[in-house]
Design a protein around this ligand. Sequence first.
Ligand code: SF4
Ligand code: SF4
Length: 324
Amino acid sequence: MLESRKSRKRIDDESMSRIKNEQGLVFHIIHGSFVDGYGVRTPVFLKGCPLRCIWCCNPEGQKGHPEIKFTASHCNGCGECVAACPANAIALNLKREDDRLRIDRERCTNCGKCMEVCDKGALDCFGKYFTLDELFDVIKRDEQYYHESGGGVTIGGGEPTFQPLFTLKFLRKCKENDIHVALDTCGYTTTREGFKALEEADLLLFDVKGMDPDEHLKNTGVSNKPILENLKKLNAMGKPIIIRVPLIPGYTDSTKKIEETAEFLSKLKSVERVDLLAFHEYGKIKYVQLGKEYRLNVQPISQERLDDIKAILERYGLNTQLGG
Ligand code: SF4
Ligand code: SF4
């Protein structure tokens, strides 16, 4: 166990030093998205987040270092990866068709040696380092669409301010090149550069996950106090803001909670729109690929209830849409 902790610390140290050396750790890029801001956008997802929301649909964005992804349906049980693993972190059980291979995540150093030997594509990695110029070259391919549609780049995650310096520099590079930048944020940042990035973005997609600090702590792992303080400050600066409210049955969707949120938001003059993000389970497969437990057990919200919630927010004078 001591060795595992050392391995874990080594991964984190290496990851932080690369991030400090102006490399960003990215786990996904989408070209030609019509959500996550106005116009045609290129959402860039940075790895690492200070929150651990029970309903998180991007669990691969939580940790600030690369992580091995295992896709069981591609694995034929050949055992090549077991032999290649220097940390002795992989166990095969050929008798269990549904649970053939396990990676001990405490032992795994994410060295990637197993990936190199697996020719079935069952092992891959969430997270790739990019320099500023490399990432800029990727998003620049879509530049024509940004200008034609009023779109741009959306930096999200994870939480973009978890890599504050890289996010700030990337955002500035885009803006210097006349590319609109939205930041998709949970609002929880305590660093100067992180707040500066929020301040300098052209548009904020800002998550609001509840008004009660204790409940917020229980659901996400952090208090909402610094989040709401940041939101109030950014509102006072006149920053264009789209609020995103996740609707998770039994956690965030009661009429009382929606009214409390609506009451708070109705006082913020910079809020252009509220987007209601209905619960879905698209991220469930990624929990399996990461060997993580999926803790949520809820049913989708009916269309009728979604319409009711939208009507509540509209009664508070908030421009509201379903999805976003
Ligand atoms: S090398 Fe690939 S196919 Fe072979 S056991 Fe490992 S994960 Fe499965
Ligand atoms: S990345 Fe693969 S080879 Fe490297 S320690 Fe983890 S399981 Fe073993």
